[in-house]
Design a binder for this molecule. Sequence first.
Ligand SMILES: *Cc1c(COP(=O)(O)O)cnc(C)c1O
Length: 230
Amino acid sequence: MIKVQLEEVRKQIATAAYEAKRDVNDITLIAVSKTYPASAIEEAIDEGCKDFGENHVQELCKKIEMIKEPVNWHLIGHLQTNKVKYIIGKTALIHSLDRLKLAEEIEKQSAKAGIVTKVLLEVNVADETSKHGFKVDEVMDALKVINEMKHIKVEGLMTVAPFVENAEENRPIFRKLYDLSVDIQKQKFDNISTNILSMGMSNDYRIAIEEGATMVRIGTAIFGNRDYSK
Ligand SMILES: *Cc1c(COP(=O)(O)O)cnc(C)c1O
């Protein structure tokens, strides 16, 4: 089933890229494996997946232990400051840098480990109270501070769009994140890149790609509905 669903998702990504006159190779599919067993990840690896997203530190660490193949691990969920030390050096990218206090802790732990940690700034574009992330008008000031942190490299922006029935409703959200990344680029921060736009989930990734996503985070459409009861 994973094989078939992956094929379908890849086809949809290619179609959306084609229609937006974009190079499909500029779009990275992150298979969001949270709540799924390691066997599901193995199956996706067999089908060529190299990037996996998890949203809890404990689950991520367990899966890193279990999966022997070299894959890129993405932390996409809210990160508690006291858990940073468990994942430093283990992630390809942390998508959920959502507050300055967290940046300070990532900086501290990365310096201790002698590494530079790659992150995305999470932006709460829709300004939903239930969601984490910097507000759009807080982003520039935050970047000025993070720009000085030598063990953090901001690679771009991430957003979690609202859950909507019609994905088209999220188009303005994606467009706003894209526009924000263009504004950031103009600031010419020396330590901040806007190469990555992580936006779009199972429900709305085609629209996100049309609006410039370079990473899409897809769980359900690949692995099926999640069971949170376990
Ligand atoms: C769970 C999750 C996803 C994937 O959601 P689906 O709707 O299953 O594709 C993407 N991003 C984040 C931050 C998530 O927590």
